[in-house]
Design a protein around this ligand. Structure first.
Ligand SMILES: Cc1ncc(C[n+]2csc(CCOP(=O)(O)OP(=O)(O)O)c2C)c(N)n1
Ligand SMILES: CC(=O)[C@@H](O)[C@H](O)COP(=O)(O)O
Ligand SMILES: [Mg+2]
Length: 646
């Protein structure tokens, strides 16, 4: 399944002796230090062969070793926030033999996944959920709950970027109030995917500046009485532990946590005694502030602007990625370039991203208009309402989010944007299946949840030229909220419009005229539909094809005409049931069209979470590729599929 390595795999004599975390308990602290080196080398080697999230995992190698050496997983619940940093954890928890299948079909997930291992007590992919989940485990333990692996300590490891989200604070607020034993490790590498923005990041910097860990020995002198009560006794006895700790962090303390740190998250001789003391003595919620470096120990990652956040397959020696040549511009880039072009002539255009300036392409616009691009941090809920406020204040905000992350801000879309009919422009990137990130990142639901809302305009680009037109259409639409969706990856290579065209709201377009069956496509499945038509023509079936462009408002005239002129109507979209096809079905039902015998089929994503694989394979699993469209047409028309006879 994995490709052949070009660089010899690293020698890992100690790691070879580790099958489960229990094996770490037999190693001395010095051996654990050596093990960490081997684990780092193994992680780099594996990701060089598979691609995936690299920098975050390299930054938590020592933390991973220390946590598994000190705590008793899987009885103690180790919950990784986002869990993009969990590859070293997977290697130590019985999955080393499959680590080179990461993110591939039938291989290991790139994230923590309950169904994959008892050492993954809580799955993730989205950020800032770990403290809530850990608190749930902690309270279940207090209430006498049970699970197969038992219930011990609950430990959340959360990054500085993820800590800025409201959910993390909601959890700390609750944890401080409940006062039960709960361990939170704040893994502070001063990075999100991009450099973190916001006041919390500055606050964490100040904490570090006030008590940098290299001054801890001095700071610790006489600090016993400042330590939170559970630590005082232990610290008096264990001077070495005391030397690696200081106290501060008023924000966390005000929320009811004991605060320990900052400590050097790469120094096992600090991490191990601190964790052992916490394990032995903590009574209530405690936050350990560990300072780490994203990409640690791998120069090409450490020196890159994103500290090696995610990589395709790469050459271990040079860090160079193996990229396939591109045939067409990426949708994200087309969006960003068009928006930047429009922003140059319209000073009211501004844009909001929730910690994804690079992923949404808004870093391009920020280069030219830094004052009109806002990175609000991982805070989708705030990002949506902030956009609503900007719109109410007369600006033209483009709220650019991945479909999957916009889910977080849904109440804000309803309550703050739609009900108030505020003209927020939602640029919904990564719409549809995204491949290796799998189910947590699939953009499956946005059409359903956006098109349900009164007054919301919902568009999907069929290709990159259409996306240009939709960005312009959104910019021109001041009457209320409007959304346009586009997928991850490259366009189809169509000619780009010289001047963006403003599309008439609620009007689709005819692509080709045929007979008997009409296929009404919403979004980028159009290219697969056209491929299917070529094959169908060879079989004597000539479908009509239209691009709906809008799921809301629907092009009633077009749909009713197609229904009237054809024996069968098939809709297709890259979204879950409840989206475009459902709205078309509702219209046809309202108009009594079914009474006249129209054969109607709606091709949507299946009612299941599709595991990580290549996008092409995922679409095949979903039944949405050209061959499957061809088959759907034939079966709908009653053609014998095997013999392909009408
Ligand atoms: C709700 C949500 N929004 C955005 C993302 C995209 N994302 C994944 S990792 C990441 C950065 C996280 O930063 P941090 O928690 O500091 O972890 P680090 O990568 O620095 O270890 C972001 C923005 C996400 N996974 N979930
Ligand atoms: C872990 C996470 O949420 C992001 O890193 C995500 O994997 C980015 O996806 P893209 O590669 O599509 O930007
Ligand atoms: Mg970080």
């Amino acid at each position: 399944m994995s490709s052949r390595p070009e660089t010899p795999r690293p020698a890992t004599p100690l790691l070879d002796r580790v099958t489960t975390p229990a094996d770490l308990k037999r190693l001395s602290d010095d051996e654990l230090v050596r093990l960490a080196h081997e684990l780092r080398a193994e992680t780099i080697s594996a990701v060089s062969e598979t691609g995936g999230h690299l920098g975050a995992g390299l930054g938590v190698v020592e933390l991973t070793v220390a946590l598994h050496a000190v705590f008793d997983t899987p009885r103690d619940k180790l919950i990784w926030d986002v869990s993009h940093q969990c590859y070293p954890h997977k290697i130590l928890t019985g999955r080393r033999d499959r680590i080179r299948t990461l993110r591939m079909k039938d291989g290991l997930s790139g994230f923590a996944k309950r169904s994959e291992s008892p050492y993954d007590p809580f799955g993730a992919g989205h950020s800032s959920t770990s403290i809530s989940a850990a608190l749930g485990f902690a309270m279940a333990r207090e209430l006498g709950g049970s699970c197969e692996t038992g219930l011990g300590d609950a430990i959340a490891v959360i990054g500085d970027g993820s800590m800025s989200a409201g959910m993390a604070f909601e959890a700390m607020n609750n944890a401080g109030h409940l006062g039960k034993r709960l361990i939170v490790i704040l893994n502070d590498n001063e990075m999100s995917i991009a450099p973190p923005t916001g006041a919390l990041s500055s606050y964490l910097n100040r904490l570090y500046a006030e008590a940098p860990f290299h001054d801890l020995k001095a700071a610790a002198k006489g600090a016993v009485n400042l330590l939170p009560p559970p630590f005082r006794e232990g610290a008096k006895r264990a001077k070495d532990v005391l030397k690696s700790m200081t106290v501060g962090g008023t924000l966390f303390e005000e929320l009811g946590f004991s605060y320990v740190g900052p400590i050097d998250g790469h120094d096992l001789h600090q991490l191990l005694p601190v964790l052992r003391t916490v394990k032995a003595r903590a009574t209530g919620p405690i936050l350990i502030h560990a300072l780490t470096k994203k990409g640690k120990g791998y120069a090409p990652a450490e020196h890159s602007a994103d500290r090696g956040h995610a990589r395709g397959k790469f050459d271990v020696v040079t860090g160079e990625q193996k990229k396939s040549p591109s045939n067409a511009p990426a949708y994200t880039k087309v969006f960003a370039q068009t928006l930047t072009r429009l922003a140059a002539v319209d000073p009211r255009i501004c844009a909001v991203t929730a910690a994804m300036p690079d992923g949404t392409g808004l870093d391009l616009m920020a280069e030219r208009f830094p004052d009109r691009v806002f990175d609000v941090g991982i805070a989708e809920q705030h990002g949506v309402t902030f956009s609503a406020g900007l719109a109410a204040g007369g600006m033209k905000p483009f709220c650019a989010m991945y479909s999957t992350f916009l889910q977080r801000g849904y109440d804000q879309v309803v309550h703050d944007v739609a009900i108030q009919r505020l003209p927020v422009r939602f640029a919904i990137d990564r719409a549809g299946l995204v491949g290796a990130d799998g189910a947590t990142h699939a953009g499956a639901y946005d059409v359903a949840f956006m098109a349900n809302l009164p007054g919301m305009v919902v568009m999907a680009a069929a290709d990159e030229a259409e996306l240009v037109n939709m960005v312009a259409t959104a910019a021109a639409h001041d009457e209320g909220p409007i959304a346009f969706r586009y997928p991850r990856g490259e366009g189809v290579g169509v000619e780009m419009p010289e001047t963006p065209q403003i599309l008439p709201i609620g009007k689709g377009r005819m692509i080709r005229t045929g007979s008997r069956v009409a296929i009404l496509s919403f979004g980028t499945r159009l290219s697969e539909v056209l491929k299917a038509c070529e094959k169908l023509e060879a079989r004597g079936v000539s479908p009509t094809v239209a691009d709906a462009r809008f799921a809301k408002p629907l092009d009633r005239d077009l749909i009713l005409q197609l229904a009237q002129d054809h024996e069968a109507l098939i809709t297709i979209e890259e979204g879950a049931v409840g989206g475009f096809g459902s709205h078309v079905a509702q219209l046809l039902s309202d108009e009594g069209i079914f009474d006249h015998g129209l054969k109607f089929r709606s091709m949507v994503l299946p009612d299941t979470f599709i595991d990580h694989s290549s996008p092409a394979d995922m679409y095949a699993t979903a039944g949405l590729n050209a061959e499957q469209i061809e088959e759907k047409v034939l079966t709908t028309l009653g053609v014998d599929v095997l013999n392909k006879r009408a």
